[in-house]
Design a protein around this ligand. Structure first.
Ligand code: FMN
Length: 327
């Protein structure tokens, strides 16, 4: 068995640590592997309900599975009930990921109405107590992903980060929006920077929100002094963003994928996903990624429409290749 590494040690292994943000319905094993191959450093599962995981619901157990090549890997749980969170964290830890991440940022009504995700930002003492219970329950490092606060009148993230550090979390990832912003407006990185520059903070601070290019990743990393960058939506159908960051750091020219590279990667994605979930579901789920995979291509719309109705991988392949003939 490998010795447990602290998050700081894990992060220090990378000169410019880049996380693939956890995204429910997107960052499954197939997509995470592709992002890893293209240069994402640290991966996290889709969020998993602690209520469901503590009852060992098969769908939740499947979500926490990962491949050794995905390391360093974290399992993310969400919930509002101490007992479920503790049980779920212990079950997740049995799968030997590198860390357990608690989601205190999800803005979705279904989650918030139960007091989970970003709802906890209205009750910081409870957030601290529940997080502390999870930290004590497992020997693995525990990290937190959260937002700035509940709404524009309450953005307590500087204090929250300090208090969570004090009860033993090993890193904090901050999405620079409040819950009430959902995904609207712009992420406020000044407050993320304020957390990082708080002289009391010792744990790594990961910045998240609106990073949509390699240039912006580097710029924001340097400008706000964060220990790592987390990328979500910009990676959907565009795993090359991770490769571009590496190219930029190494002062190499940024290389865009050719059409055939995009096709090969999309097909590889489809096939890996089909191995895990079956062809039908893989083909359906892949529809959210085509806009990214084939962004900016002239007259691609009609091909995309065909991809959106295709029902087998072979059909998808044929549509993609037909366009390459046109090119
Ligand atoms: C479709 C989708 C699903 C998401 N699911 C999760 C999730 O399971 N856990 C989580 O912590 N955040 C989730 N998020 C939030 C992202 O991790 C990230 O914080 C947010 O998208 C902002 O980063 P970005 O601007 O780079 O996309 C999700 C976001 C999207 C768009």
């Amino acid at each position: 068995m490998c010795a447990i590494m602290h998050i700081k040690e894990i992060i220090d292994n990378f000169s410019f640590p880049v996380y693939l943000a956890p995204m429910e319905g997107i960052t499954d094993h197939a997509f995470r592997m592709i992002c890893k191959e293209k240069g994402a450093d640290i991966l996290i599962s889709e969020f998993i309900s602690s209520d469901a995981l503590s009852r060992e619901v098969e769908k939740s157990i499947v979500k926490m599975r990962f491949d050794e090549r995905e390391r360093p890997f974290g399992v993310q749980i969400f919930g509002h009930n101490e007992e479920s969170l503790i049980t779920a964290a212990r079950i997740a830890a049995e799968g030997r990921p590198d860390f357990i991440d608690i989601n205190w940022g999800c803005p979705v009504r279904k989650v918030v109405n139960k007091g989970a995700g970003s709802a906890i930002l209205q009750d910081i003492p409870k957030m601290v107590a529940l997080t502390s219970a999870v930290v004590k329950a497992v020997s693995l490092p525990v990290t937190v992903k959260t937002r700035l606060g509940w709404d524009h009148t309450s953005k307590p993230i500087v204090e929250v980060a300090e208090r969570l550090q004090d009860i033993g979390i090993e890193a904090i990832a901050i999405h620079g929006r409040t819950r009430s912003q959902m995904y609207g407006g712009e992420a406020d990185w000044n407050l993320i920077g304020a957390v990082k520059s708080n002289p009391r903070m010792r744990i790594p601070v990961i910045g998240n929100g609106d990073i949509d290019s390699a240039e912006k990743a580097l710029d924001y990393h340097n400008r706000y002094g964060v220990d790592g960058i987390m990328i979500g939506r910009a990676a959907i159908g565009n795993p090359w963003i991770f490769q571009n960051i590496k190219q930029l750091i190494e002062n190499k020219p940024l290389v865009s994928p050719t059409y055939m590279e995009r096709v090969e990667t999309a097909l590889h994605h489809l096939r890996t996903s089909a191995e895990d979930k079956g062809e039908r579901r893989a083909v359906l789920e892949m529809r959210t990624q085509y806009a990214g995979y084939f962004k900016g291509l002239r007259n691609f719309k009609s091909v995309r429409m065909k991809l959106m109705t295709a029902s087998t991988i072979e059909e998808c392949r044929q549509h993609m290749l037909a366009y390459s003939d046109e090119l």
